[in-house]
Design a protein around this ligand. Structure first.
Ligand SMILES: [Zn+2]
Length: 260
């Protein structure tokens, strides 16, 4: 396994029980293995068990991860706005030093609009948390453009629109607090994103451990991926080293206030 030759913070990773296949589970140790084996400095992870089991369960896994591996793995609170206990869980997540909110309107099955997410954005503002959201395909009820009114209403809430959709580009261009992430994004689209919004508005994410070498067989076979491979792909599109360093490291430090 090649280790990477550049400092990297992966802002979008997961532990826990993934939906789709029973037994598709990644522990905090698996994610730590990925980070250490491939040379990533730090990873921000939420537990997918929130969507497959429940929010309290997922949060407990994230807190446990941070308590045991906090120097290498930071926690994100995967919040399901339907869970009546989410404000209580959010307070607990804040108390344990989690770094932000992760939402997934596709897997948790709700349309994105102000009535669904006003309270979540207000919570993010109160706790000074960035929100990382999965964005659905452009033109769907969970797409990047659906966040427009929330973005305008909450200028102080950093919003990271995952997966660099086309609909996210005008929002990241127009609003200082809006960023795009590179999770599962084709290298050509990263090149287009750099040209469209500039390297300061892109954050590196991967959805690790999916497809990464975790040192043992995983519960669901996926096409193999690695940090070295993802970085090589971006370099091959002509993205400069200066831009790359911002995308994979410096922006994450700034946006999340990390000292890694
Ligand atoms: Zn994800």
């Amino acid at each position: 396994m090649a280790t990477i030759d550049i400092p990297l913070i992966d802002i979008h990773t997961h532990i826990g029980h993934l939906p789709g296949v029973i037994g598709d589970y990644y522990s905090a140790e698996d994610l730590r293995y990925v980070a250490e084996n491939e040379g990533a400095r730090y990873a921000l992870a939420s537990s997918a068990s929130t969507t497959s089991i429940g929010e309290a369960y997922g949060l407990a896994e994230a807190i446990d991860m941070v308590e045991r591996h906090g120097e290498r793995l930071g926690g994100m609170f995967w919040l399901n706005p339907r869970d009546p206990e989410w404000p209580k869980h959010a307070a607990l997540a804040k108390e344990h030093g989690l770094h932000g909110i992760k939402i997934h309107p596709v897997l948790d099955n709700y349309a994105v609009n102000r009535s669904a997410l006003d309270a979540v954005f207000a919570c993010a503002m109160q706790y000074q948390w960035p929100i990382l959201t999965h964005t659905g395909l452009d033109g769907t009820p969970t797409s990047a453009a659906c966040y427009k009114e929330l973005i305008a209403a909450y200028p102080d809430v950093v919003l990271i629109l995952a997966h660099l959709r086309v609909e996210g580009i005008p929002l990241a261009k127009r609003y200082d607090q809006v960023y795009l992430d590179t999770t599962y994004v084709d290298p050509m689209m990263v090149e287009i994103g750099v040209d469209a919004v500039g390297p300061d508005k892109l954050l590196f994410g991967s959805d690790a451990c999916e497809g990464f070498d975790v040192g043992h067989a995983s519960g669901r076979a996926r096409p193999p991926r690695s940090y070295a491979g993802l970085i090589k792909g971006i370099r091959e599109r002509g993205v400069t080293e200066e831009a790359l360093e911002r995308i994979v490291y410096l922006n994450a430090k700034r946006v999340f206030g990390l000292d890694k």
